[in-house]
Design a protein around this ligand. Structure first.
Ligand code: C5P
Length: 398
């Protein structure tokens, strides 16, 4: 934590008083701490308190003295290695999710591409409100780290979820953010989404992949300090932050893009649903409806992962096997045939697994025959398991 620059944003909730302790602990842990507050937050804690605790000026106002113009929000955004918003009110969460910038704190967030950690604290109903939950989802999908509120007695007198976690717990998460970068110095290529194979200029052959699994893997790898290239086929998801994002359409295009990067990366995690076949001769003009039947001739696409398996030098190679039957047998076969280090297998027909759901039920199969079976979990959690395993392989080889 020594000399890490942490910018704490305090918004207007009663839990603001606990953040004085957070600031104090972080400073004692060696970090440079600066605080910005919303005007509402100053109703709960005086800026002077944070000023004394952090030994740094506290920023509240967007427009200071006109004679001494300086762009405070850019300066603050540049300073930070991490921006920690605690407590984060429902109002702040809503504004941040939609890019509103109507005070110094929210303007700094919009002006920043730095890692953002949000610690919501509010009444249970406000936290559970679908709007708040949607807004948190938006922020998470853009790469923000969200700490779960604790449960217990709330300032409003009710009991439930919504308490700010204890200062030592918040500081432990911050410390972990800075210290446990398992993939620092590593470059990781992740593919995601489904490829799109043209039939004519308006139609295509596609598949049900949402891209979610791969996007979560890319995000998990970024969070562990890796330099990440995310090559994405079709997906409606917003691109995660702090990585190189390349959008492609067809399997052919994905192959070319992957091969261009392959020599420079330490690992490839191939979660894209690559079409096995493409239309041999896509029509140049839109095919008109006339005959009763239409036959499309399909030709086999290159198997990108198999090719990487033959080219690989020291790279870690991870594949996926999305199956509808005999999951483990098929997966094991692919693991060997494609020369992978491990394969993530799942039955896409199982409830809570596969395409278009936020969870997955997967197994990891290793070259020595070991199988790890995971219970149903969020794709973001499974992504962490996968990047953890990749980090373990790097460690074992070093
Ligand atoms: O053989 P199968 O398509 O089931 O293998 C799945 C794995 O191989 C996935 O990791 C997928 O990304 C990859 N793959 C590929 N190129 C293809 C087909 C699949 O890289 N043409």
């Amino acid at each position: 934590m020594l000399n890490k620059n942490i910018l704490i944003g305090v918004t207007g909730g009663i839990a603001a008083y606990k953040v004085v302790e957070v600031a104090s602990r972080l400073k004692k842990m060696g970090a440079n701490v600066r605080v910005m507050m919303t005007r509402n937050a100053t109703e709960f804690v005086s800026p002077r308190t944070f000023r004394e605790i952090t030994d740094n000026a506290v920023s509240v106002e967007m427009f200071g003295d006109a004679a001494n113009f300086h762009v405070a929000h850019i300066g603050l955004a540049t300073f930070a290695d991490l921006i920690l918003i605690a407590p984060a009110t429902a109002n702040f969460i809503a504004k941040a999710a939609h890019g509103l910038a109507d005070d110094l704190l929210t303007t700094t967030i919009v002006a920043s591409d730095k890692p953002l950690m949000i610690v919501p604290a509010m009444n249970t109903k406000m936290f559970d409100n679908p709007a708040t939950q949607e807004n948190l989802k938006i922020l998470k999908s853009r790469g923000a780290m969200i700490l779960e509120p604790a449960s217990g007695e709330l300032a409003c007198g009710t009991v439930g979820k919504g308490r700010l976690p204890e200062p030592e717990d918040i500081c432990a998460v911050v410390e972990k953010f800075f210290t446990s970068k398992k993939l620092s110095g590593k470059k990781i290529l992740v593919t995601a989404g489904g490829t799109v194979e043209a039939i004519d200029p308006v139609r295509y052959i596609g598949n049900r992949s949402s891209g979610r699994m791969g996007y979560e893997i890319a995000r998990a790898a970024v969070n562990e300090g890796a330099e990440v290239i995310l090559i994405s086929g079709k997906s409606e998801l917003p691109a995660p932050q702090n990585l190189k994002f390349v959008k492609v359409e067809s399997a052919t295009e994905m192959r070319e893009t992957v091969l261009k990067e392959f020599d420079s990366v330490d690992a490839v995690i191939m979660s894209a649903a690559v079409a096995d076949y493409r239309v041999k001769n896509p029509a140049v003009q839109k095919i008109k409806k006339s005959a009763e039947t239409l036959t499309l001739e399909l030709v086999k696409n290159p198997d990108i992962l198999r090719e990487l398996g033959t080219l690989k030098k020291s790279q870690v190679l991870v594949g996926f096997a999305a199956e509808t039957q005999n999951v483990l047998q098929y997966a094991e076969k692919k693991l060997v045939e494609k020369n992978l280090d491990f394969i993530v297998a799942n039955d896409v027909t199982a409830e809570g697994a596969g395409f278009n759901v936020p969870t997955n039920i997967a197994s990891i199969i290793w070259r020595n025959g070991n199988v790890e079976n995971f219970a149903k979990m969020d794709k973001s959690k499974l992504a962490e398991k996968i990047t953890d395993r990749v980090a373990e392989l790097f460690k074992a080889r070093s």
